[in-house]
Design a protein around this ligand. Structure first.
Ligand SMILES: [Ca+2]
Ligand SMILES: [Ca+2]
Length: 477
């Protein structure tokens, strides 16, 4: 089954985009007035901070601005900033970028344990910049960088014991409690243990650059988000589908089935969960799809850690539910139409018995031009799925074993979006039931073939560094 016929609400995205532009323009109007004297490089960086919302909240919202207060140009790639906090109940925290004129894909974020825990800080959030971020001239500013920090167990966090939190700063002001580093040496603020600019390099300095500064052409997402309305989703290039179109039960796509639960893969981290539920009527059906807003994959290797289910999580069994991981052209009428599919159907579908995993390379959905191979595999549980389009062929593998290869004439001819979806092929009976599919992470390397093991190792390295999202694809914004 081709996944053609999508209309992921571009008009709404544009409106959101325009709102962001207006907000950023407003933030830019309050430009910082500092200007250095010639040759003065004593205070290399200054951090300004503001926040909003209650002290006990679903997500902390530190907004930061880094200003080059030295007399020399500063490459942002050499800059790191630390926001110090206390993890309530020892909970795991995650952070993401909500909004910035620099482009969220150029911001790196990781959470880490403090070298020396203090009464108001046993963790810190470290903000860094990729090589795509720009150089700040003397007096130059990053402008607003909007972040959010939250507990992955979905409980409220208490900021009253967070060292860098300051409820009084509701508009941008200098904050010495958010520390900044240039080439690993502290150049701004006072750390929670009294560390000042004379304190030199903190123990972990420089590790951000080594651990998190990834090569160009990479997209990684660990699916650390607060929910389908999280503004970081759009900032990181994702869309939750809603509304019209097929496949499956027409016009039943909804964000209601999309969540990001924690602890799904035994590591305490979060996963993307896509639910398909129905009462057996078209009106009572919710299908879920999650995809990149832009086409990003033409050549390269796309890997995801996916959880398939062999039976419903509630209600009667017997549906023809399709749990899909695929890449597809934005326009199904394109002359260069391209689509690569993994499609798992525990109970089969289209008159076939399950369980079955279809691997399919499409050249035209209108003409039914495709090559496909079904695999009689029972795949309930976690699996690593990979599709590689490189060296004149497309290969599909599950847990490192190549299942299917399609040749040159079915290579993608244009860039495709990356998609996950859970939907019903048909509605064979009445009554409430629900199916789930989960995705722990997705990893894409543009332009080359890499092994699933390579992807898994890279993901483990990102996890160890506390990094949840990376995007160094060219032209991403
Ligand atoms: Ca706290
Ligand atoms: Ca994850």
């Amino acid at each position: 089954m081709s996944h053609r016929g999508k209309s992921p609400g571009k008009g709404r995205s544009f409106l959101i985009f325009m709102s962001v532009v207006v907000l950023l323009a407003a933030a830019g109007a309050a430009a910082y007035r500092w200007w250095p004297s010639d040759g003065d490089d004593s205070a290399a960086l200054t951090v300004r901070y503001r926040t909003e919302g209650p002290t006990v909240t679903d997500a902390a919202k530190p907004w930061l601005e880094v200003i080059n207060t030295s007399g020399k140009a500063v490459d942002l790639v050499d800059v790191t900033v630390r926001y110090h906090y206390t993890a309530d109940d020892g909970a795991q925290f995650a952070a993401n970028c909500v909004q910035t004129s620099l482009d969220c894909s150029t911001i790196t974020l990781r959470t880490a344990a403090a070298q020396k825990a203090g009464p108001k800080a046993d963790r810190y959030l470290e903000i860094g910049f990729t090589g795509e971020a720009r150089t700040l001239k003397p007096g130059g500013t990053t402008q607003a960088i909007g972040l959010q920090l939250y507990r992955v167990d979905d409980k409220k966090l208490d900021q009253s014991d967070d060292y860098s939190f300051d409820a009084a700063k509701t508009s941008y002001q200098e904050s010495e409690r958010v520390t900044a580093y240039l080439d690993g040496a502290q150049v701004w603020g006072e750390g929670p243990g009294g560390e000042t600019t004379g304190s030199g390099r903190p123990a972990n300095a420089g590790s951000l650059a080594e651990a998190v500064r990834p090569p160009a052409g990479l997209l990684f997402d660990d699916f650390a988000y607060t929910g389908p309305e999280d503004p970081s989703l759009a900032a990181n290039g994702w869309e939750v589908r809603s509304g019209a179109g097929g496949p499956g039960v027409d016009d039943s796509w909804s964000a209601k089935g999309v969540t990001f639960p924690a602890g799904e893969n035994g590591d305490g981290g979060q996963a993307l969960r896509l639910e398909a539920r129905t009462d057996g009527t078209a009106k009572g059906t919710v299908q879920s799809e999650f995809h990149t807003a832009r086409p990003v994959f033409r050549e390269g290797t796309l890997v995801a850690r996916v959880y398939f289910t062999d039976e419903p999580v509630s209600g009667q069994d017997g549906d023809h539910a399709s749990q899909s991981f695929f890449a597809i052209s934005p326009d199904h009428e394109s002359k260069k139409y391209s689509e690569l599919d993994f499609e798992y159907m525990a109970n089969g579908g289209w008159g076939r018995y399950g369980p079955v995993l279809d691997t399919t390379s499409w050249r035209s959905s209108d003409l039914g031009d495709r090559v496909t191979e079904p695999h009689q595999l029972k795949l309930g549980g976690w699996h690593t799925l990979a599709m590689t389009a490189a060296d004149g062929e497309v290969t599909y593998s599950v847990d490192g074993e190549v299942l299917f290869t399609s040749g040159k004439s079915y290579l993608p001819r244009e860039a495709m979006s990356i998609n996950f979806s859970n939907w019903f092929i048909d509605l064979p009976f009445k009554g409430e039931r629900s199916w789930e599919m989960k995705v722990d992470w997705v990893y894409f390397e543009s332009g080359r073939a890499v092994s699933p093991d390579h992807a898994t190792k890279a993901v483990a390295d990102f996890a160890a560094a506390g990094t949840r999202h990376v995007n160094t694809l060219a032209g991403s914004d």
